[in-house]
Ligand binder design. Structure first.
Ligand code: NAD
Length: 365
């Protein structure tokens, strides 16, 4: 059988980034062997470590590597060491630069509650059991980028702050299409979240999403105001399948939804555009636990699974990695420190990664 070849740009980054990336690469090696796909990777520098080595958080060479690869796998960037730097060279700037250059406009955050970790959730068991939500957040528009913006003086010499919420019809349509397509591969339910009762920008959002829905008669489309959605996410999250929303609302709702699962160390993400995607855990570089072999590598490993599904188009391999993660939690009962409250056997970063790689190896194809 001929192996399909893929080239991945790997940016481990700072803090726990290198530790959790090691575990994801272990798992990808098994995927390569077992699923007859030739996944190769090249490591590059990004974030604080790139600043230390090259004086910039996103060196040209790293950008080129990302642009020449089929997908980008990223650990995390940042840390106290670089907090006093000018904004223009802070590690986090590298993420914005990559998103922009790769044209990533859709951020996908799956929110899945594993049965074995249900006790780690701050919500009642009966509320969170079986939760499997996909949040699709628009990533390049809205109030974060709209102009005019800034703080200035008005005619009465008072200081005023201004930001502009703005979306073009095309920006709304492309994210809506992405969300409808995703809903089609799931339970075919899409909830669009806006504030159309008071914000004209999101009135347009609602109109364009509804129009787009005309091409997806098989997907059940609903609309919800953002304040109600914030409430429904903790009251009855199982009503949701796919949620699509604006940059600002998505930023807030996706963090709220993440907490339903109990641990930030479990949650992967994908950022997609029309070309290559970027895959990273939702958490940061966790400098407080870096270098101690206690970080949870599962968000990173599950990010690699998302890459297999969305960029490499090998859904079988992606599902197998997810099954291996579930198996390690259920059958082996392994728990890193962040998910210890759910009971089980304590494990370090490496032990957890080894267990997932072993489980994947032992799964029947
Ligand atoms: P953080 O997500 O790094 O950590 C928040 C808390 O969660 C910490 O207590 C940490 O120990 C814990 N945690 C995070 N990941 C974990 C894991 N895999 N396993 C176990 N516990 C985990 O957020 P922070 O402390 O606010 O930020 C630290 C640095 O990361 C900052 O410099 C920030 O700018 C940066 N950051 C980067 C990204 C990114 O690279 N995408 C995202 C957010 C924050």
């Amino acid at each position: 059988m001929t192996n399909r070849q893929f080239q991945i740009a790997v940016f481990a980054g700072d803090g726990v980034g290198p530790e959790i990336m090691n575990e994801a690469l272990k798992v990808l090696s098994v995927v390569s062997d077992k699923y007859h796909i030739d996944v190769r990777w090249t490591q590059g520098l990004i974030g604080g470590s790139a600043y230390d080595a090259c004086g910039t958080p996103l060196p040209e060479e790293s950008l080129r590597l990302a642009l020449e690869s089929d997908a980008v796998l990223l650990g995390a960037v940042g840390g106290p060491k670089w907090e006093s730097l000018d904004y223009s060279v802070r590690p986090e700037r590298a993420l914005l630069g990559l998103r922009e250059k790769l044209g990533l406009f859709a951020n996908l955050r799956p929110v899945v509650v594993f049965d074995e970790l249900i006790d780690a959730s701050p919500l009642k068991k009966e509320v969170v059991q079986g939760i499997d939500i996909m949040i699709v957040r628009e990533l390049t528009g809205d109030i974060y980028f709209g102009r005019p913006r800034g703080v200035s003086l008005d005619a009465q010499n008072r200081r005023i702050g201004v930001n502009t919420m703005i979306y073009t019809e095309e920006e709304i349509r492309r994210i809506a299409v992405r969300a409808f397509e995703l809903a089609r591969t799931r339970k075919k339910k899409l909830m669009s979240v806006d504030k159309a009762n008071v914000l004209e920008t999101t009135e347009l959002w609602r109109e364009v999403v509804t129009q787009t829905g005309g091409d997806y008669p098989d997907v059940e489309l609903g609309h919800m105001y953002v304040d109600n959605c914030a409430m429904q996410l903790v009251r009855n999250p199982s009503q949701f399948d796919v949620i699509v929303t604006t940059n600002l609302f998505g930023d807030i709702l996706s963090d709220e939804a993440a907490m339903i699962t109990g641990s930030i160390g479990m949650l992967p993400s994908a950022s997609l555009g029309s070309g290559r995607g970027l895959y990273e855990p939702i958490h940061g570089s966790a400098p407080d636990i870096a270098g101690k072999d206690i970080a949870n590598p599962l968000a990173m490993i599950l990010s690699a699974a998302m890459m297999l599904r969305h960029s490499l188009n090998v859904p079988g391999a992606a599902a197998a990695v997810e099954k291996a993660v579930a198996g390690v939690l259920k059958e082996d009962g392994l728990r890193t420190a962040d998910i210890q409250s759910a009971g089980g056997r304590p494990a370090g970063t490496r032990e957890m990664g080894d267990a997932v790689a072993r489980k994947l190896q032992s799964l029947k194809e």
